[in-house]
Design a protein around this ligand. Structure first.
Ligand code: COA
Length: 369
């Protein structure tokens, strides 16, 4: 039996402050019903701390669930499109904070497909024998770059982090097949020029340059077709029919994208795990957070065949087939929490509102409460 990468720990960190559809109604010409009907999202979280803080806590929780000391880690891999800094990487900062002194560390950016790409890297390194224990984190602070008065993007995205521990195993469980791909020729459909979400990213930048550019309908179509094709390929590689899949954990981009891909693949929709309603699209963090939530909701059983699938900027896509191991309970819990905050959501997004005000012909001092 060959060496495989099996998930032994999982955790997530969601910041406490919510940005509801009612809050967004105060910022642009949108409404709760439109957002729910077109995206499935009711609320998303806005972080009062750095993305690295979210990544660290999700990582600590995943390590506790795996019963691992950070010193046992060989590699920390963070997928993020919104790191605090480009250098040092989020992974290196997390490595330092955890005291994971025997671990290598690097970040990877494949936008919303980042966690799937990171899993493929972790699994490949484990299968080759280069490493044995890997902490993979997906972490995003998308609120650091959003124009919250642009209704075409502001309704979708949220902050958060999710983490998974992969360990070498000689059993039949673990990552069974991978499909990764990219089409850089379509890259202009999603463009984010901002660099780093630490501090005031808006200082000395031009608003018209920095707003997230997004061709919603084009992305929608590419995403549905891309996910369906990728899942078909990865199931073929793993040698499974779609009926043999127990749980599908898709990137939580938009409930309608997932529904359309589910129909195209003729998958049983009861097997598709969704948590987009309360978290929104959290980029590279969405799949590991959904894995954690699916376990908490008892939707994953020992030995289940699981498909992870994502699509994102670049454009990039990726799907994984994995067989869950024997344990669906955490070995331990990390008791730490984020520092509390009294900030309102409008306090947290005030720099964004001021910075992008001129794009909407508004006075930067004209702020909602
Ligand atoms: C962005 C997105 C939600 C827009 O939904 P859509 O159904 O494509 O909406 P459209 O752009 O066709 O707009 C439909 C109508 O709603 C309006 N509209 C757009 N955004 C709106 C909003 N936030 N609130 C209210 N109305 C809105 C449009 O102006 C348009 O009105 P019209 O028919 O009078 O012209 C959708 O395209 C999407 O989710 N795309 C993929 C995004 C994504 O997940 N990307 C990340 C991939 S990782």
């Amino acid at each position: 039996m060959s060496t495989k990468a099996v998930i032994t720990g999982w955790g997530k960190c969601i910041p406490p402050v919510e940005l509801t559809n009612a809050d967004l109604e105060k910022l642009s010409d949108t409404n709760d019903q439109w957002i729910i009907d077109r995206t499935g999202i009711k609320s998303r979280r806005i972080s009062h701390v750095d993305g690295t803080d979210l990544a660290e806590l999700a990582g600590r929780r995943a390590l506790a669930a795996a019963g691992l000391d950070p010193k046992e880690l060989d590699l920390i891999l963070v997928a993020s499109t919104t790191p605090d800094l480009i250098c040092p990487s989020v992974a290196a900062m997390v490595q330092d904070r955890l005291g994971a002194v025997n671990s290598a560390a690097f970040d990877l950016n494949a936008a919303c497909s980042g966690f799937v790409y990171a899993t493929a890297n972790a699994a490949g390194m484990i299968e080759s024998g280069f490493v044995k224990k890997v902490l993979v984190i997906g972490a995003e602070k998308l609120s650091g770059v959003m124009d919250y008065r642009d209704r075409s993007t502001s309704v979708l995205f949220g902050d958060g982090a999710g983490a998974v521990v992969y360990e070498a195993s000689e059993g039949d469980a673990g990552v069974l097949a991978v499909d990764l791909g990219a089409d850089g020729g379509k890259g202009q459909t999603m463009v984010l020029k901002s660099m780093g979400t630490n501090g005031n990213v808006f200082e000395s930048l031009l608003a018209e340059e920095m707003a997230l550019h997004f061709e919603g309908q084009a992305v929608f179509k590419i995403a549905v077709q891309g996910i369906a094709a990728s899942v078909t390929r990865v199931l073929g590689t793993a040698g499974f029919e779609s009926e043999e899949v127990d749980v599908v954990i898709p990137h939580q981009a938009n409930a309608r994208i997932v529904d359309a891909a589910t129909r195209l693949l003729k998958l049983d929709e009861s097997k598709v795990f969704m948590n987009i309603d309360t978290l929104g699209n959290t980029g590279a963090a969405s799949i590991p957070m959904a894995i954690s939530d699916a376990l908490d909701a008892d939707q994953i059983s020992p030995g289940d065949i699981i498909v992870l699938s994502a699509f994102g900027g670049g454009v990039t896509w990726g799907s994984i087939v994995l067989k869950w191991g024997e344990r669906t309970e955490r070995l331990g819990h990390h008791e730490g929490e984020l520092p509390p905050t009294d900030a309102t959501v409008f306090d947290l997004i005030e720099p964004n509102l001021r910075f992008f005000a001129e794009l909407h012909g508004l006075d930067p001092e004209d702020l909602p409460s």
